[in-house]
Each structure stands twice: as C-alpha cells, then as structure tokens.
Design a protein around this ligand. Sequence first.
Ligand SMILES: [Zn+2]
Length: 215
Amino acid sequence: MLKDLLLLLFPERCVGCNKTGSPLCALCERTITTRPQALSSTTAALFDYRHPLVKRALWALKYHRKRALGKYFGLALYREFFKQLTRENTLNKEEIVLIPVPASVKAVAMRGYNHSGVIASAIAEAGKEDGLSLRVEHKMLVKRRENARQVEARTKTEREKNVEHVFAVRNGERIAGKTVILIDDVVTTGATVKEARRALLPWKPKRILTIVVAH
Ligand SMILES: [Zn+2]
C-alpha cells in the first residue's frame, strides 16, 4: 500500500522520454540494441556505453535510486550470457558464484544499495527459475579505502594507481574451486576488474570471469 501511495505521489518516469509508468518504457527499450562484446578472454560486455540511453539509465541507477533499472540490466545480462548455461548447469549442478564489484561505502549509504549488487541479484533470481545454481556473494569483495571515482582518474596509470589494493576479501574460502563471475556496470580500462581479480585469486577459484553491462 505504501508503495502504491508513493507511486501515486512520485510516479515512475521513463529515463528516455519521461513518460510516466515505468523507469524504461517499451518504446525506449526497443531503441537500445545489445552489442555483446568480448573485451578479453575473460571479460564480456553487453551494451555500448556510448548509447545515450544506456548511459542515462546507468546514471539513473547509480545516482537517482532507479533500482528497477538494475533489474532490467540484470535480466538482459542473464538472457545473453547465462541462459545458455542452463542445460549444462542443471546436469552437473556446479554452483557459480556471482560477486558484485562494490561501490564506495558513501555511495551505498546514500542510495541504499550497491547497484552492481542489484544487477547480480536479478541475474541469480532469473537463474533460479531456470534451475541454475547461482549464488551472490554481496559482501565478499569489500572496499578497504575510498578511492576517487575512476572517471576522475585520467590516464590508465592513474586509474590503476587509484584502485591499487582497494579491495579486501571476506570469507574467501567460499570460492575455492568454484567458477566466479564478477558483475559490474561499466568497464573502461578494466583497472577495477583487474584489481578485483588480483584480490580474489589467492583464494583459488577455478576461474574468474567478468560480465559487465556496458563498455
Ligand atoms: Zn520512454
């Protein structure tokens, strides 16, 4: 009831056309085409970050509490990268661990959620319906210190320096021998992902892959 009341007072508006009803209307959604891309042998992205609506939707998810957009992106990632695993995975029941890349503590406190966590949860939920064994570890990767936002670091070296040893791992033994998939919203130079991998590797996962919304 409270939710209905809030929606009445503050109706959901589309990030594309501002029409009320949903955070991304069907018409605008149709203009976003996916562009699956392998950025390395272990990293894949689904959308083109230069697409204005993709950029705007990710911005709204991060800075305007549009949590529903995280679900939208999570589902899109699921359909593209996970659905095909269904057959194989339900046969051998290998558990896959999803680890969202954490945002700054301050940002999480402000918006009330970690956006990559929302995306990872949506992937896991969709997988559950298909019998996939996906588990999200929301608190395994934690920020040891607050770094400047990666967009503010200009060069590749600056970006690498900015995230150096920024992550600590909690309960790392839970990923021993498992396939780990890091989930993040945007990858540019890949410095953050590289650092996250470096923090997780000593815990001996079988492999670490990365899936991001956009590049
Ligand atoms: Zn729209």
